[in-house]
Design a protein around this ligand. Sequence first.
Ligand SMILES: Cc1cc2nc3c(=O)[nH]c(=O)nc-3n(C[C@H](O)[C@H](O)[C@H](O)COP(=O)(O)OP(=O)(O)OC[C@H]3O[C@@H](n4cnc5c(N)ncnc54)[C@H](O)[C@@H]3O)c2cc1C
Length: 381
Amino acid sequence: MVDFRLSSEQEMLQQTAREFAEKEIRPVASHHDRTGEYPLELARKAWELGLVGTHIPEEYGGSGLGYLDAALVAEELGWGCTGVWTALTVNNLAATPLLVAGSEEQKRRFLGPMKEEFWPISYAVTEPSAGSDVRGIQTVARRVGGDYVLQGEKMWITNAGKARWFFVLAYTDVEKGYKGMSGFIVPSDLDGVEVGKKEETMGQRASDTRGVRFEEVRVPKENLVGSEGEGWSIVMETFDRSRPDIGAAAVGLARAAMEYARDYAGERVAFGRPIYQHQGVGFMIADMAKDIDAARLLVWQAAWRKDQGMRNTLQAAYSKCFATDVAMRVAMDAVQIFGGYGFSKEYPVEKLMRDAKVMQIYEGTNQIQRMIMVRELFQRR
Ligand SMILES: Cc1cc2nc3c(=O)[nH]c(=O)nc-3n(C[C@H](O)[C@H](O)[C@H](O)COP(=O)(O)OP(=O)(O)OC[C@H]3O[C@@H](n4cnc5c(N)ncnc54)[C@H](O)[C@@H]3O)c2cc1C
């Protein structure tokens, strides 16, 4: 039985997120894009409404939504501004390893305080010389006495400048390959944690992305997430949970671009008629709307499978890859439809095009998503 109608609770949730995006995010999105200022006030307001930490259970400071419900929120916030959305959503990403493999005590200690107030946390996997090839990371955690000593460098870490703690992937036993990887919670105020300068990025400039160095950082053994050697599987499971949200936010961005393009094409006149009546333009808008709907259905499918406790690795890759490719294409076409005005910062669509690009890159590039699809299609038939 398939039913595409949302329940009244889901419609209310969607409405809350839509109003927040319209009244709170949109009016300040270009300010954050221009200045690169981290949207802390917005994050606090979103947290109060239950729009942050959507994957985190309520007892640990989140809103405890299902994955499909969380995707509804992500689409609306992404419609508002994906730069702001990325800054907010990293809390889900960073908390998920604890939800996957953390002990009760760890969840209470590291997530529990978020019941009282919002603060950012970070997920640190990528390194200067290893992004797609996660097995190529060089950060190591040596056992010293009862603790671990962490040495290494991470790159492109979102929220790094504000994070209370980092989830860090490191080798505890290089000889064992990916089975020798482990995950740690590393508070940002430990000696030896050095956060770099904010990267100047093309788009999604509201989010704070930096390199982080771990110089002989002594991490208590209580901060090991799960057991030694579990890091790789924790990270992969985390991506299965987070990728549908990336797809959802990309659908939101694409929807925004399509709406701007549709309105403009209805008003702008060339050769005596609104430009949408020229087939070359009208067909572009028809394709936008069609692809956005297809992307949303893939996102809902991937999220729904997670809600049902089913494996969703293939569907999460479909949804992230397809929806972010759609967002990039739709945003580029929206710029085209605006003509010269599309190239101007006075109009909204050039920002959407800049913001869309990174969605094809982070949380596994779309080449890596296709590699996952090939692996799933050939090895798991
Ligand atoms: C704004 C931003 C925020 C980010 N936030 C985070 C974060 O919070 N935490 C975190 O850990 N990381 C984060 N990242 C890192 C991001 O996940 C990586 O940039 C991404 O995984 C790609 O890694 P890379 O940059 O090292 O590129 P590389 O891995 O060097 O890839 C370069 C190119 O080669 C392609 N390629 C590589 N291998 C293959 C292959 N086998 N087949 C086909 N093509 C291939 C890639 O698709 C890409 O096009 C962020 C990145 C950005 C830009």
